[in-house]
Design a protein around this ligand. Structure first.
Ligand code: KIV
Ligand code: ZN
Length: 515
């Protein structure tokens, strides 16, 4: 269909490359399922050759996927392509995605290859893919700094070799909308077989123009957008899926393009991502930030009361910002709890349901009504952390505003299955807590960032803490939620330490830019 835009989500690949956004296998599988619910056409599950962990995650995602296409990224080398195919071949609709740089800068300094050598790499790579599947995407890395006629030669050859999607990335976020659209139009017009492929863009946000560039590309015939939830990704990130989608919906009069995204799943998807990676959604974030539908000024409020459309171009409901009517509380039975989690997209086995049921009861003792976000936070706490090396058992904090006894923390935890405990002081209670935990595990990571946020309104809300730790060049994020903010803080710190250990065990990962 000429007017159909395909959404290619790369949250699990480019997104996961963003500093601190690593996810464990369970988390990736959950997010992959959500991408399917959201109506994404193609999800890029990872870069299988980059590490054994990535390979396994892509393989499991491919196995779990229903109709969504599952793409894996590979460089144009036989080893990368074969490894990638091995990981995705279990999917009902696998896609091989290969790339090579086409800009003079990258060819000369990164690849140290001549343009003809690069062209040959592209052809051999695509041919190898096409022998395995007829769903092959080819990307000209650093397209926006590449020379137009050379790109036309490479694209023509890639299509001849079997590529069915041609991706033209703005790898370094250098493009500006009119110029980017003109470059793409040049390639489409001057590549003789361009009608045999779907053209795609993949825009980075270094100048804050990723969404604008993506939208500009639609105007010249591009029909696939590579995006991520919340715009996460390398450096300043990628084009945000929710912004591109809602631009198409709200300005259908301008674009006249159709897509398959269920817009009511936008907020739940971004919220799930934010909980998973422990990065709160910025308040002023378009579409999904808390302020996106908040009207503060008196004039705006007055206008809204008279007629909603005076100051609102889309409704909160249209992006899924609604509380569901099935409320969970102290008296909810197992079935209600199971149904609720299923409606939130979680398939639970009996052991997981038992764990969650207990956790729901405990939380409901402290908090009258449990909102969807509370329940999602519980899954994160109770289910997705099971394979962690270190686990918190008990935390006790003493703080006061007098100068007498300094803030004190006592902690009991399991370290590799062995119970360990400790106590100590700090400048404040959080400092005391983190010092004690670091002592128990014998590590001294630097705390780079600490943020706290209330998951819902009300003084009985759960606190959601995210921390960022650094040890040498390795970063790790962690998050924790609990009605007691010190317990939430301890959980976040322990979660970050577990991510740090996981990174150590996995060893260095190859990122695609290291060609
Ligand atoms: O930014 C980029 O160019 C990429 C490619 C691998 C598509 O991520
Ligand atoms: Zn990228």
């Amino acid at each position: 269909m000429k007017n159909r835009v395909y959404f290619f989500d790369t949250t699990l690949r480019d997104g996961e490359q963003s500093p601190g956004a690593t996810m464990n296998l369970q988390e990736k599988l959950r997010l992959a399922h959500q991408l399917e619910v959201l109506g994404v056409d193609i999800m890029e599950a990872g870069f299988p050759a980059s590490s054994p962990g990535d390979f396994e995650a892509v393989r499991r995602i491919a196995e779990q996927a229903n109709n969504i296409q599952v793409a894996g990224l590979a460089r144009c080398t036989p080893a990368d392509i074969d490894r990638c195919w091995e990981a995705i071949r279990g999917a009902k609709n696998p896609r091989l995605h290969v790339f090579v740089s086409t800009s003079p800068l990258h060819m000369r300094h990164k690849l140290r290859k001549s343009p003809d050598e690069v062209l040959a790499m592209a052809v051999t790579g695509v041919r190898r893919c096409a022998a395995l599947t007829d769903n092959v995407e080819f990307s000209c890395e650093d397209f926006s700094r590449s020379e137009g006629d050379f790109v036309c030669r490479v694209v023509e050859a890639a299509i001849k070799a079997g590529a069915t999607t041609i991706n033209l990335p703005d790898t370094v976020g250098y493009a500006v909308p009119e110029e980017f659209a003109a470059r793409i139009a040049y390639v489409i017009t001057n590549t003789p077989n361009s009608d045999k492929a779907v053209f795609s863009v993949h825009c980075h946000n270094d100048l804050g123009l990723a969404v604008a560039n993506t939208l500009a590309a639609f105007r010249v015939g591009v029909r696939q957008a590579e995006v991520t939830l919340g715009g996460i990704g390398e450096r300043a990130g990628n084009a945000a899926l929710e912004e591109v989608v809602m631009s198409l919906r709200v300005r259908h009069d301008h674009f006249g393009l159709e897509h398959n995204i269920v817009t009511e799943q936008l907020y739940p998807s971004c919220r799930l991502l934010s909980m998973t990676i422990g990065q709160p959604i910025p308040h002023n974030k378009a579409i999904v930030g808390v302020n996106a539908f908040a009207h503060e000024s008196g004039i705006h409020q007055d206008g809204m009361l008279k007629h909603r459309e005076t100051y609102e171009i889309m409704t909160p409901e249209s992006v899924g910002r609604t509380e569901s009517s099935l409320v969970i509380g102290k008296h909810s039975g197992r079935n209600a709890v199971r149904n609720k989690f299923e409606s939130l997209g979680y398939k639970l086995d009996e052991e997981q349901l038992n764990l969650l049921f207990e956790a729901v009861k405990k939380l409901a003792d402290r908090k009258k009504t449990l909102h969807d976000d509370d329940l999602m936070a519980l899954v994160q706490e109770e289910i997705y952390r099971m394979p962690d090396r270190i686990r918190l058992r008990h935390v006790s904090i003493q703080s006061s505003d007098t100068g007498g006894v300094p803030p004190t923390a006592a902690v009991i935890m399991d370290v590799d299955g062995v119970e360990r405990s400790g106590a100590g002081f700090g400048v404040g209670p959080v400092d005391a807590l983190f010092n004690v935990i670091a002592d128990i595990v014998g590590r001294e990571p630097e705390l780079e960032q600490y943020a706290i946020n209330a998951i819902t309104g009300g003084t009985d809300a759960q606190g959601e803490v995210s921390v960022r730790l650094r040890e040498g060049n390795v970063y790790a994020l962690g998050r924790g939620a609990h009605p007691d903010i010190f317990v939430a803080s301890a959980r976040a710190y322990v979660n970050a330490l577990n991510h740090l250990f996981a990174k150590e065990e996995e060893g260095p990962r190859l990122h695609c830019q290291l060609n």
